[in-house]
Design a protein around this ligand. Structure first.
Ligand code: GLY
Ligand code: MN
Ligand code: MN
Length: 433
């Protein structure tokens, strides 16, 4: 990662920290799928944001003293055993320079050094629940704070959640971060295109998932989240990840899948007909979702709020469902009593970044240039919904794009993936089977 970017982030954090304070961050832990079979390591996002290092067993400490920023990494060099089993990692002396730390100390026995660093600081910024040893150290010291003076060690009086600062920093993306989301989005677009071309009646949801993962793997990108590939009524199950059903003629398939590039997520959903042709009812629902999505996207610019954006998709979908006679009440009733939630039960979108549902508040935040969000309205008419005519049942549609807020409006980072109904059909019929 670029050193200037890392230093900028660290400086921004320290600028927001209280006087005479210290921040301590723990790396993520190794995690296991079964007994000794390890999952791919994913660094904790704040830690990655501030250190750029994707390894477990690290601690990062930051504070300012005499107007100088101290950024200290605790890390052990590769042991002889690790060299045999896992291979050699960069040496601490290389890490010191290339990641711009002011010091690198051994991770083993970090507590001793930490006591020195924390002592006499007034405020400690930390995130609990990641490093059990560190949590115990902190809570024991809070419990025994009256002993401090006797031992000459004075524990900070205030302990504040670090994310109260980092979530604000991470909300507005730098050009470096935008480029990574853009790269992730480009590969995700390719994955979706491959799946659209491959789809046909009789194949299985996991086969489309495999097409997408092949594209991600070929580009050396992991998936940002478990893919959803839901045919027919499975599209109405919001967190469907089994992806093990057959795709039937005359059904739609909803795919929510995306790649991650150097820790930055993209997040895309498209819905298309398994046989390459939307039925009349599918087309009506699809066009309504698309209309609401495009209206919302067109509204995105600096100064707007999530509430305003959400009310656009709610209004459009509610009005459309009334016109289609799927909802029979007045628009006022549908909105005031939230009757639309029978069919559109989630929010319009979310922040996007190092986490797919990225950190940041939603209430009363005005959009600013550099923020990245998803816009992903949907309509889901479950097959068990006996309140609607049979012809609508089992249709689930969501359309999701990634949007960068710019100075004068917005840019759709996932624009290369078609979503107009005729364009989608064209790609589906450009079958490569
Ligand atoms: N893929 C997760 C989401 O759309 O929010
Ligand atoms: Mn999303
Ligand atoms: Mn999604």
């Amino acid at each position: 990662m670029e050193l200037t970017e890392l230093k900028r982030r660290r400086k921004a954090l320290v600028n927001k920290m209280a006087i005479n304070s210290i921040a301590i961050l723990s790396s993520a832990n190794r995690n296991f799928r079964t007994r000794d079979v390890e999952n791919p390591f994913r660094q904790e996002s704040d830690f990655l944001y501030l250190t750029g290092i994707s390894e477990p067993n690290l601690l990062f400490v930051m504070f300012e003293k005499d107007n100088e920023l101290h950024s200290i990494l605790f890390r052990d060099n590769t042991s002889e055993k690790e060299k045999i089993w896992d291979g050699e990692r960069l040496d601490n002396s290389e890490i010191l320079d290339s990641f711009g730390f002011t010091a690198v100390f051994n991770y083993k026995n970090y507590i001793e050094k930490l006591v020195d660093l924390i002592s006499n600081k007034e405020t400690l910024y930390i995130e609990s629940g990641i490093n059990e040893d560190l949590d115990n150290f902190i809570s024991n010291n809070i419990a025994n704070s009256s002993m401090n003076n006797r031992t000459g060690f004075s524990f900070p009086k205030k302990v504040i959640a670090l994310h109260s600062i980092t979530q604000k920093l991470r909300l507005v993306k730098s050009q470096y971060e935008i480029d990574l989301v853009r790269k992730a989005a480009e590969v995700s677009v390719q994955g979706h295109m491959a799946a659209m071309k491959k789809a046909k009646p009789g194949i299985y949801e996991y086969e489309l998932d495999a097409e997408i993962k092949y594209v991600f793997n070929k580009n050396n990108m992991p998936f940002a989240y478990m893919s959803i590939v839901g045919g027919g009524n499975n599209a109405c199950i919001l967190h469907y990840i089994k992806n093990n059903s057959i795709l039937n003629d005359n059904d739609l398939v909803l795919i929510d899948a995306a790649a991650e590039c150097n820790g930055y997520a993209s997040d895309i959903t498209r819905t298309f007909p398994v046989n390459g042709k939307f039925s009349e009812e599918q087309a009506l629902i699809y066009d309504l979702v698309l209309e609401s999505q495009e209206k919302a996207i067109n509204f995105i610019k600096p100064g707007i709020t999530w509430d305003e954006l959400h009310s656009i998709t709610v209004q459009t979908i509610s009005k459309g469902l009334i016109e289609l006679k799927i909802l029979k009440e007045s628009i006022e009733e549908v909105i005031n009593k939230e009757l639309y939630k029978d069919f559109y039960m989630h929010k319009t979108g979310h922040w996007l970044g190092l986490d797919v549902h990225d950190v940041g508040e939603y209430e009363n935040i005005l959009f600013e240039p550099g923020m990245i969000i998803t816009v992903e309205p949907g309509i889901y008419i479950n097959k068990s919904n006996s309140n609607v005519e049979r012809k609508w049942r089992g249709i689930g549609v969501r359309i999701e794009d990634d949007i960068l807020v710019t100075d004068d409006g917005n840019e759709i980072l996932t624009n290369k993936l078609p979503k107009k109904r005729n364009h989608v059909e064209e790609i589906c019929n450009n079958n490569e089977n």
